[in-house]
Design a protein around this ligand. Structure first.
Ligand SMILES: [Zn+2]
Length: 120
């Protein structure tokens, strides 16, 4: 429990992964195209392979963005007890999008025995 890749809100993490895959996809496609310049005929095969990898990466990023959009529609809106800003949380436990405080809807995990309590 309470494991987060980048110590940020889950929605922000999804956006970050989407961005990572977009950048990888574009980077790979640019590298593939550059391969034609550097290796000529042999580079064309490499470029084709890189293009496919790039396309797959871009498709993954679209899927991640789409998924994030779907998730955010079912996210719980609440006011962060730490910074007072309205934030969204996914699932039972998530971090505040602004102050990164861990928020939970599970009373068993809450430190003060009522919902929306925080644990640092
Ligand atoms: Zn907050």
């Amino acid at each position: 429990m309470n494991k987060f890749f980048f110590k940020s809100a889950k929605i922000n993490e999804f956006r970050l992964w989407g961005l990572v895959f977009t950048l990888i996809g574009m980077g790979v496609m640019i590298l593939g195209t550059a391969g034609i310049v550097f290796w000529g005929q042999a580079g064309k095969i490499m470029a084709a392979i890189f293009m496919v990898i790039g396309m797959i990466s871009l498709l993954i990023s679209v899927a991640v963005y789409f998924w994030a959009g779907m998730m955010s529609t079912s996210a719980t809106m609440l006011e962060c007890p730490e910074c007072g800003k309205p934030t969204k949380m996914l699932g039972q436990t998530d971090r505040c999008m602004f102050c990164k405080t861990i928020l939970t809807l599970d009373p068993a995990q809450a430190t003060h025995g009522h919902t929306h309590t925080t644990t640092k």
